[in-house]
Design a protein around this ligand. Structure first.
Ligand SMILES: Cc1cc2nc3c(=O)[nH]c(=O)nc-3n(C[C@H](O)[C@H](O)[C@H](O)COP(=O)(O)OP(=O)(O)OC[C@H]3O[C@@H](n4cnc5c(N)ncnc54)[C@H](O)[C@@H]3O)c2cc1C
Length: 318
């Protein structure tokens, strides 16, 4: 008998990858009707985030596990997946500066943070003081997902199928639900409290922007993707679901107000971050149906969290 993995975002896909490597029999299903957050995420791994410049606990160990698996997949398919960057974070207010001064003498932060007094990006309107955050990594998630899915399709392990909560699936030993935000529509784990947040992103093209590092302000990030394409994101729209989605103009306004050069918007996409009230990933067995397990709650940091979490919480407790 084999296991069933439901969902082919970064969580389901990396779980399937680890099963594949460990010769654990499985099938992976994806409905592809619900937008997968992983398909539009920037794939950024940033040690220091937020207005308070918070650093993730145990960051170095978690990063180590993440880079190991992404390097392994890079090698297996011979494709470039990991990109190392710097973030120039614009200092918009005294509050951010205050937090920088609080952190800068702390050895946990020192190697990642620097202050840059005067820098100007010639094609952006924002010049002044910046924080330099490095190293940060970007994982090319959509490429990674496509290669692994195609590989599993050829091996007869990947199927476009919808998992229906009301069906009984007797052909599988265990079922691992990795359904991202869609889990919040289900009653299999009734005690969970969800605080999902919808996010919009824009891919744009600009021959003249010539930005080679990541630019960030309090709300937005511009990431160079290569060949004059850029990722801009993301909005953070609480309490908005797909059915009541009202497009915001935040991203378009940001481009209009911050870029001095011409640009073309290629597309605008949405995704929903699967966020639990506890703000951390979880691995749970259903009390209603013991065959069913849940892996979820990756929030805004799935690229960093998933490899470590699968290795340390899921595989060790199978
Ligand atoms: C705009 C935006 C930007 C982000 N940027 C970053 C970033 O830079 N760095 C970072 O680390 N994280 C980022 N995130 C967060 C990251 O995307 C998530 O943490 C991560 O993608 C969650 O992955 P997941 O596999 O759990 O869920 P998802 O990627 O949403 O995947 C869920 C999967 O379940 C499938 N599914 C759902 N229901 C069913 C069903 N009934 N049957 C079969 N299949 C089903 C869906 O089709 C999908 O394949 C961002 C998120 C958003 C929205």
């Amino acid at each position: 008998m084999k296991h069933l993995i439901v969902g082919s975002g970064i969580t389901g896909t990396l779980l399937a990858w680890k099963f594949y490597q460990n010769n654990i029999p499985f099938e992976i299903w994806s409905d592809f009707q619900s937008p997968s957050a992983s398909q539009i995420a920037a794939g950024l791994i940033n040690p220091i985030t937020g207005q308070r410049l918070a650093k993730i606990l145990n960051y170095e160990n978690i990063l180590h596990d993440a880079l190991l698996i992404y390097q392994d997949i890079e090698k297996f398919f011979n494709i470039p997946l990991i990109f190392q960057h710097k973030i120039y974070r614009f200092i918009e207010n005294e509050n951010l500066k205050f937090h920088f001064h609080q952190k800068i003498n702390n050895p946990n932060f020192q190697s990642y943070l620097n202050f840059i007094e005067n820098i100007s990006f010639p094609n952006l309107f924002t010049s002044g003081e910046y924080l330099l955050i490095q190293p940060v990594y970007r994982i090319h998630l959509s490429l990674l997902l496509t290669f692994i899915h195609e590989h599993f399709k050829k091996l007869g392990l990947f199927f476009y199928k919808n998992f229906d909560d009301s069906n009984v699936y007797k052909n599988f030993t265990k079922i691992f639900l990795c359904r991202g935000y869609k889990e919040s529509d289900s009653n299999l784990f009734p005690d969970l409290k969800w605080e999902n947040a919808l996010g919009e992103i824009i891919i744009f093209f600009s021959k003249d922007l010539q930005l080679y590092d990541i630019y960030q302000n309090q709300k937005m990030t511009i990431i160079p993707l290569g060949n004059d394409y850029y990722w801009l994101g993301a909005t953070y729209l609480r309490d908005m679901k797909i059915h009541n989605y009202q497009p915001s103009e935040e991203l378009e306004n940001f481009l209009f107000q911050n870029l001095k050069v011409s640009y073309t918007i290629v597309n605008k996409q949405i995704g929903i971050r699967p966020i639990l009230k506890e703000r951390k990933p979880i691995f749970l067995q259903s009390s209603i149906e013991p065959q069913i397990f849940l892996i979820n709650g990756m929030g805004s940091k799935g690229t960093l969290w998933v490899p470590h979490f699968i290795e340390n919480e899921v595989l060790k407790n199978l």
